[in-house]
Design a protein around this ligand. Structure first.
Ligand SMILES: NC(=O)c1ccc[n+]([C@@H]2O[C@H](COP(=O)([O-])OP(=O)(O)OC[C@H]3O[C@@H](n4cnc5c(N)ncnc54)[C@H](OP(=O)(O)O)[C@@H]3O)[C@@H](O)[C@H]2O)c1
Length: 284
């Protein structure tokens, strides 16, 4: 039985493949990648490569086989029709008779526009009739800690999330959940709301960075309009800035604060505290 992972050269996908390699022989893992050169480290681990682009359905020909367990990692091209892209993968998996299709989705209660593609893809997954697992991932802690250099430069965490809290976890935590469902039994037709064990607020996050860096970092709450302006000023396209400001509005409404404990239960250990992610980012 093969395990097929799309987006395998991405940040999440690389963690998933490494986790699979601890449980599954390398020759039973297929990494779906766009760029063979970027995938060289995966090939060196003995994993089979299939070159495909979600946006070019013909490249999916011959990818899947009956019984395959598939992880569809959501695409990252927010300016493209991601639902059509994901649908092409789901249809190819269905045509081949895949045994399981797991999809990395967004929290079910998230109303921000960023989640629209995920909600629509979930519908396609359900309508496909394939045995499915919906991995509704909350936010990655790295979304924030990857901005640490900017935070330290300005002495502030800037967000439009008010007093909202984020139950983030690391990509490695979410990847471990994907590995658990791909290698375990009895997860068919399940929806998981995956989040960190603890939700943190931005003032706490700023205080944690202060504590670890020895620098005075404050939380500077701003309006969504001001935040979008800061992001465009930093070079982000207007559309992307609006999407990110909209996410902060959702955070302010408590839509990413859910600490269901489902992620820790699935991976059999506590999730990684955001303080650990701050420490890792400060170490570089
Ligand atoms: N929960 C969160 O906080 C959060 C944050 C950011 C993103 N996400 C979502 O989670 C996904 C995985 O996260 P990540 O950190 O691994 O993102 P990432 O590092 O940007 O990886 C995205 C992966 O998807 C692949 N991909 C994108 N468009 C594709 C296409 N048209 N055809 C085939 N492959 C395609 C990329 O291929 P290449 O390697 O060739 O570029 C890459 O491997 C993202 O794509 C996004 O949908 C979630």
């Amino acid at each position: 039985m093969r395990t097929v992972v799309t987006g395998a050269t991405g940040n999440l996908g690389r963690h998933v493949v490494d986790g699979l390699l601890e449980k599954v022989p390398a020759d039973q893992i297929v990494a779906v990648v766009r760029n063979r050169k970027k995938a060289a480290p995966l090939a060196a681990k003995g994993v089979a490569l299939h070159i495909a682009d979600y946006g070019k359905p013909r490249t999916l020909n011959g990818l899947f086989a009956a019984g395959d367990r598939v992880l569809l990692i959501s695409g990252s091209e927010v300016d493209k029709d991601r639902v059509a892209q994901h649908t092409a993968v789901i249809e190819a998996a269905k045509a081949a008779g895949a045994g399981l299709l797991a999809y990395t989705s967004a929290p079910g209660g998230l109303t921000a526009a960023l989640a629209d593609d995920h909600h629509a893809t979930e519908k396609v997954v359900l309508e496909s009739g394939l045995p499915y697992v919906l991995l509704r991932n909350n936010w990655y802690s790295e979304n924030y800690t990857e901005q640490l250099a900017t935070v330290l430069e300005h002495g502030a965490v800037v967000a439009a999330a008010g007093e909202g809290r984020v139950a983030s976890a690391t990509r490695a935590d979410y990847a471990a959940a994907a590995v658990a469902v791909l290698t375990g039994e009895g997860y068919e037709n399940t929806t998981f709301e995956l989040s960190g064990d603890t939700a943190w607020g931005f003032a706490e996050y700023a205080a944690e960075i202060s504590r670890q860096s020895g620098r005075q970092i404050e939380y500077r709450p701003v309006t969504p309009e001001v935040y979008a302006g800061i992001l465009t000023g930093a070079g982000l396209p207007e559309g992307v800035a609006a999407i990110l400001a909209d996410v902060d509005v959702s955070i302010g409404k408590g839509q990413l604060a859910d600490t269901s404990g489902e992620l820790a239960r699935l991976i059999g250990r506590p999730t990684t505290p955001v303080a650990d992610s701050v420490a890792a980012a400060l170490k570089g």
